[in-house]
Design a protein around this ligand. Structure first.
Ligand code: ATP
Length: 235
């Protein structure tokens, strides 16, 4: 479904990604594991068109999307939930969700998707008229995910969905990620909590200082000594 081939990405003179290659197959949950600053967010931003690779290719359904505008990429079926949620604080929950569908014209389909978001996140339905900025952190995460789903993505990019959330809420969010995946949406997940990410993922890549240093199935990486020592708390 998605192929990233040997991309190099820079911020000015700083090279954040160094020859990164990876692949995501339809229906999978793939997770990126790595320390702060390893380049995980940069990779998501490059896939969603917020950053352009200096060289290398990003292929989506066989076509290059590496130089395209973010909006065109959303339209093709890739939605990005950035780190730190970024909901529109002065708009209501409902308005935020509607904005997620702004590229779409199929009113009936949008209504259907809105209903689906309410089923996944009943909390949002209770708070439709509330200003998004007054939602709790967990509710804002739900809204950011709901808004991304309103674009009816085939591939959903999630950047640290558990950040700053209480353990119980993290469980809920991860259950919902599995539900979203079960209804056919492919997922690329960036997550600090490697244990949790590997528990729901099919495959994973380990990113260190801009490079992929390990790749495998979630089981393989969970039992890898290197991953255990560096990312799973040494158990
Ligand atoms: P984290 O989990 O802390 O978000 P990450 O793996 O997602 O880490 P990135 O945010 O992709 O890491 O950052 C990769 C590297 O690029 C880091 O060294 C970071 O300092 C640098 N970087 C990120 N954004 C910028 C920017 N806007 N300008 C300059 N350097 C940046």
């Amino acid at each position: 479904m998605l192929k990233v081939e040997d991309i190099n990405v820079y911020y000015g003179n700083i090279q954040a990604l160094k020859g990164v290659t990876l692949e995501i197959n339809q229906g999978e949950i793939v997770t990126l594991i790595g320390a702060n600053g390893a380049g995980k967010s940069t990779l998501l931003k490059t896939i969603s068109g917020l950053l352009k690779p200096k060289n290398g290719q990003v292929l989506y359904e066989g076509k290059s999307i590496g130089g395209k505008q973010a909006q065109a990429i959303v339209k093709q079926g890739i939605s990005h939930v950035p780190e730190g949620r970024r909901v529109f604080a002065n708009m209501t929950v409902q308005e935020n969700l509607e904005l997620g569908a702004f590229l779409r014209k199929d009113k009936a389909g949008m209504k259907e998707d809105m209903e689906r978001v309410y089923v996944l996140f009943p909390r949002l339905l209770e708070r439709l008229k509330q200003q998004a900025g007054t939602l709790s952190g967990g509710e804002q995460q739900m809204l950011a995910m709901g808004r991304a789903l309103m674009a009816r993505p085939k591939l959903l990019l999630l950047d640290e969905p558990s950040m700053g959330l209480a353990p119980l809420l993290v469980k809920t969010i991860f259950r919902i990620i599995e539900e979203i995946n079960a209804t056919g949406t492919t997922i690329l997940l960036v997550e600090q909590n490697a244990n949790l990410a590997l528990s729901i993922a099919d495959r994973a890549y380990v990113v260190e200082t801009g490079r992929i240093v390990l790749a495998g199935t979630a089981e393989e990486l969970t039992s890898s000594e290197k991953v255990k020592m560096a990312y799973l708390g040494g158990h």
